[in-house]
Write a protein that binds this ligand. Structure first.
Ligand SMILES: NC(=O)c1ccc[n+]([C@@H]2O[C@H](COP(=O)([O-])OP(=O)(O)OC[C@H]3O[C@@H](n4cnc5c(N)ncnc54)[C@H](OP(=O)(O)O)[C@@H]3O)[C@@H](O)[C@H]2O)c1
Length: 264
């Protein structure tokens, strides 16, 4: 399947690196498209329309506000379209690309290392046997191929369309949150004398190892926390300090902030 990327910014780059296959691509900044094609293989093309003509599946990697503008160039030529645009429901995609197979995904930056969390929107009206369908009656094969393409990049979760923006607040924003938490921990160590480089090694491995452990405990986070937390012990004191500082409500507020911005 020939992939075409419209827009060659951060997420297009992460997807292309994850797929490890040649792409055709375009971007208003020609150097960006050229650099991406040079890195992963493929070709930078002069226009979005040319990308559509040369692709089996176009991935929309521009900003949400550019949906209409890009569709006016791309829709007449495109065979099938997959969107990663935040806050852009399938209905808006179908309006912009009438009659074309249309899919909605929400990726996260670790797709670059095939360790991303991804969501595929399932639209109740269009679900086929509980699976998302974008390709119409003739499109079962295309539905499966598109699903598999994104599944290569990590853990792909099917979610009702109405929850995709909420999920985005967890997993698309998540890498920034996790990086901030790691940075804060390293800084705390620096204050007590651990050099930043060694602190980063310790903190990052703790994140990676704990993620694996939680997975092996079938996502039972409380079980992992209990195994580290002796009654009256040092971890219990640390956890209490984090709760007192409002860690839990801070994450809840962050999600509210993401979604309130969506409404504007
Ligand atoms: N970054 C994430 O973690 C993440 C996660 C999930 C979903 N997304 C979604 O992914 C999309 C891209 O995000 P991003 O972070 O990669 O943004 P980005 O780095 O700004 O990339 C967007 C690219 O699209 C280009 N572009 C603008 N107008 C265009 C046009 N008419 N035709 C073709 N390309 C055009 C931009 O060029 P200019 O800079 O010149 O405008 C830029 O190179 C967004 O819709 C976002 O909602 C992002």
């Amino acid at each position: 399947m020939q992939i075409g990327l419209i827009g060659c910014g951060n997420m297009a780059r992460a997807l292309a690196r994850g797929w490890r296959r040649p792409v055709v691509c375009s971007d208003p900044v020609a150097g960006r498209a050229r650099a991406l094609a040079a890195e992963v293989g493929g070709e930078e093309l002069a226009s979005n329309a040319e990308v559509a003509r040369r692709s089996d599946l176009v991935i929309l990697c521009h900003k949400p506000a550019q949906l209409r503008e890009v569709a006016s160039e791309v829709a007449p030529h495109v065979r099938a379209v997959a969107s990663i645009l935040a806050m852009t429901p399938l209905s808006a995609l179908r309006d912009a690309y009438p009659g074309k197979p249309a899919y909605r995904f929400m990726p996260s930056l670790p797709v670059e290392v095939r360790g991303g969390a991804l969501v595929q929107a399932v639209d109740g009206a269009d679900a086929r046997d509980g699976a998302p369908a974008g390709g119409g009656d003739a499109g079962r094969e295309l539905d499966e191929a598109v699903h598999q393409l994104f599944a290569e990049l990590g853990t792909l979760v099917l979610l009702d369309e109405s929850l995709v923006d909420v999920a985005m607040g967890l997993m698309s924003c998540g890498p920034a949150y996790v990086a901030l938490v790691a940075e804060a921990q390293v800084d705390a160590g620096v204050r007590r004398g651990i050099p930043a480089a060694q602190g980063a090694q310790l903190v990052v491995q703790t994140l990676a190892g704990t993620a694996e452990l939680i997975r092996r405990r079938e996502h039972d986070m409380i079980a992992v926390r209990r195994e580290v937390t002796s009654p009256g012990g040092v971890t219990a004191r640390g956890l209490a300090a984090l709760e007192h500082a409002g860690l839990r409500s801070a994450f809840s507020d962050a999600l509210d902030a993401v979604l309130s911005d969506a409404a504007r």
